[in-house]
Write a protein that binds this ligand. Structure first.
Ligand code: HAM
Length: 421
């Protein structure tokens, strides 16, 4: 083979794909029950959108974006995340004029050029929600409840949400100055990266896995919030308590994207190694203005699907749909195709599932495909059957076989399935 899939990407098919579809189906219906509707935005956007929204100094923008020029020289980027695109779509489509709260969710691929390892890919998938148009901390609570709920609904054991407030443009600059001054005296204890970060964006130090010792000695932002941020945080914690939603205040929690203000949260998986963040989110009240729109407060989160599906509880099962009969048509010669295709259609019209084997391979292999595919019956048709007007129908569970006339194949399979239910 000359070609391989690009590093850090995956092919999904077979049983694995079925799990993905089941997870996506269950999570969509869980989220839709909260009144969130799906939004689909382009896979690529103007590079400037992410530079402005996510922030120039972030890892995502400085090293991880797939950016290219199209034939007209426009700078485009494969979306590394979907909060900025959703806000762009919200503003561009004038949804801010409708007032009230707009609740969107999305599922789709994101792209980040990072060093691939277990749980970290260059193309990965997120499911996320964005609630746009309200400053009310009750909306933060709703979003946090949903973020925990998606794991609960799939049967995960209870997980902790780590919560913090990262302040806003009123209180954060002063806190950064305080941090810078503190860090002056600790330069020798910082890693090389943080030595540089200390000057540009000292908050990033909280993200560093090497500087744990220093982090613990630094002042924390929640002791330096402005009144508005403090009240928001207090109220959010009250609502979460009132709803019985457990959280851990982690004063060292910061997020790797610049658009956050006030609430920031993450859910970590206790058994995952370095890449243990299952999901992350928070409030981004300044993003709409950064995108050139009117002030529009908003809050949301995204969950990585590879990490979620990779840690599904062992008892996770795919919900069977009601079986209306399923048959695999085994053809012993090509001349019987038309009859088989017509009979298969009849079964599908009644809600059943039917596959006609058009490969021309031998009986054994076709029968194996029938049982591997989870079909209840194999319908075997050859020249003899054509002459007699009857097909051999094999019950793939009991192994029993019966001759059934062509024009009653669909009803026979339906009835037998109903009896067995
Ligand atoms: P994020 O923390 O960058 O936030 O990503 C959210 C989740 O996506 C992570 O917790 C992780 O599960 C997954 N993820 C991120 N990068 C990778 C990767 N390279 N491979 C596999 N999974 C990955 C955001 O993207 C924000 N847009 C979240 C948000 C929504 N904030 C407000 N609304």
């Amino acid at each position: 083979m000359k070609f391989k899939r690009p590093r850090g990407t995956n092919d999904l098919f077979g049983a694995q794909m079925e799990r993905w579809l089941e997870v996506e189906r269950r999570l969509s219906s869980f989220i839709r029950a909260y009144g969130y509707t799906e939004i689909r935005t382009p896979i690529f956007e103007s590079a400037d959108l992410f530079i402005r929204a996510v922030g120039e100094g972030t890892d995502i923008v400085s090293t991880e974006m797939y950016t290219f020029s199209d034939k007209k020289g426009r700078r485009l980027t494969l979306r590394p995340e979907n909060t900025a695109p959703v806000m762009r779509a919200y503003l561009e489509n004038g949804l801010h004029r409708t007032g009230g709260l707009t609740r969107f969710y999305y599922i789709g691929p994101m792209f980040r050029y990072d060093r691939p390892q277990a749980g970290r890919y260059r193309q990965f998938h997120q499911i996320g929600v964005e609630a746009i148009g309200s400053r009310n901390p009750a909306v933060d609570a709703e979003v946090i409840e949903i973020s925990l709920g998606i794991y609960g609904t799939l049967g995960f054991p209870p997980l902790d949400v780590r919560l913090n407030s990262v302040g806003c443009p009123v209180c954060r600059p002063a806190f950064k100055e305080i941090l810078k001054n503190e860090l002056e005296g600790m330069k020798d204890s910082l890693c090389v990266n943080c030595g540089e970060r200390a000057l540009i964006n000292p908050l990033r130090i909280f993200d560093c896995k090497e500087c744990d010792e220093v982090k613990r000695r630094l002042p924390v932002i929640t002791d330096h919030l402005c009144d508005e941020c403090r009240e928001h945080f207090v109220r959010l914690k009250l609502i979460l308590d009132g709803l019985g939603i457990g959280f851990i205040h982690d004063p060292l929690l910061v997020r790797g994207l610049d658009y956050y203000s006030k609430t920031a949260f993450e859910i970590l998986h206790p058994e995952l190694g370095a890449q243990n963040a299952l999901c992350g989110g928070g409030r981004y009240d300044g993003l709409a203005e950064d995108c050139g729109g009117v002030f529009t407060p908003a809050v949301g989160f995204s969950a990585g699907l590879e990490r979620l599906i990779g840690t599904l509880p062992e008892n996770f099962a795919i919900d069977g749909e009601v079986d209306e009969g399923s048959a695999y048509f085994v053809l012993l010669e090509g001349s019987v195709e038309i009859q088989a295709l017509a009979a298969a259609n009849e079964l599908r019209e009644g809600g059943g599932r039917a596959v006609v084997d058009l490969s021309g391979r031998g009986l054994k292999k076709q029968l194996k495909a029938a049982s591997d595919g989870g079909f209840s019956f194999a319908v075997i048709i050859g020249a003899d059957e054509m002459r007699s007007g009857e097909a051999a129908v094999k019950d793939l569970v009991s192994g029993e076989q019966e001759m059934v006339s062509f024009n009653s194949l669909a009803s026979y399979i339906r009835n037998r399935t109903e009896e067995g239910r």
